[in-house]
Write a protein that binds this ligand. Structure first.
Ligand code: INI
Length: 153
């Protein structure tokens, strides 16, 4: 037997956590994700906005705890600067989301782009592709796979 999540969005409830820092990119990622969800029939979406990527894991954790969502998508953009702050934020958001994923029963999809400069950010958030759309597809897949897994558990 092979278990694989499909991309159907009908009936799913999705939570999105999106950070405002570098919103040139995060707004585009959010647009791409919403476009994907809409085209796949998702009607039930709650969006939670936070100041920066560092704040994302806290909100993702609170949402996961409720078990109200079929999946949670987190969106952020960390751009390498002159200082060590970049590494701290990038590492902590990844670590925090991994922790939420392994602690609660709701899949959390990691849609935080980490780039060296603004041009790389634009490539990922609109010019060449929109990673937000791709992350939303992964969110649908994990939401549906999790539903399948619940049936056999
Ligand atoms: N937040 C980001 O989302 N992206 C960044 O690139 C970034 N950098 O590099 O500083 C960033 N910093 C802010 C951080 O996420 C927190 O909001 C802040 O430290 C308050 O806790």
């Amino acid at each position: 037997m092979i278990y694989e999540g499909n991309y159907k969005g009908e009936g799913l409830k999705i939570g999105i956590v999106v950070s405002r820092f570098n919103d040139l990119f995060t707004k585009e990622l959010l647009d791409g994700a919403l476009d994907c969800f809409k085209r796949h029939g998702v009607e039930n979406i709650d969006i939670f906005k936070v100041p920066g990527a560092f704040e994302i894991p806290f909100v993702a954790k609170e949402l996961a705890k409720t078990e109200r969502y079929d999946a949670i998508l987190v969106l952020g953009a960390v751009v390498r600067g002159e200082t060590y702050h970049f590494e701290l934020v990038a590492n902590e958001v990844a670590r925090g989301i991994a922790h939420v994923n392994l602690t609660y029963k709701t899949p959390v999809i990691f849609g935080v782009i980490t780039v060296d400069n603004e041009l790389q950010g634009l490539d990922r958030a609109g010019i060449k592709s929109n990673k937000g759309f791709e992350y939303a597809l992964a969110t649908l897949e994990m939401a549906n796979l999790n539903k399948e897994m619940k049936k056999i558990s």
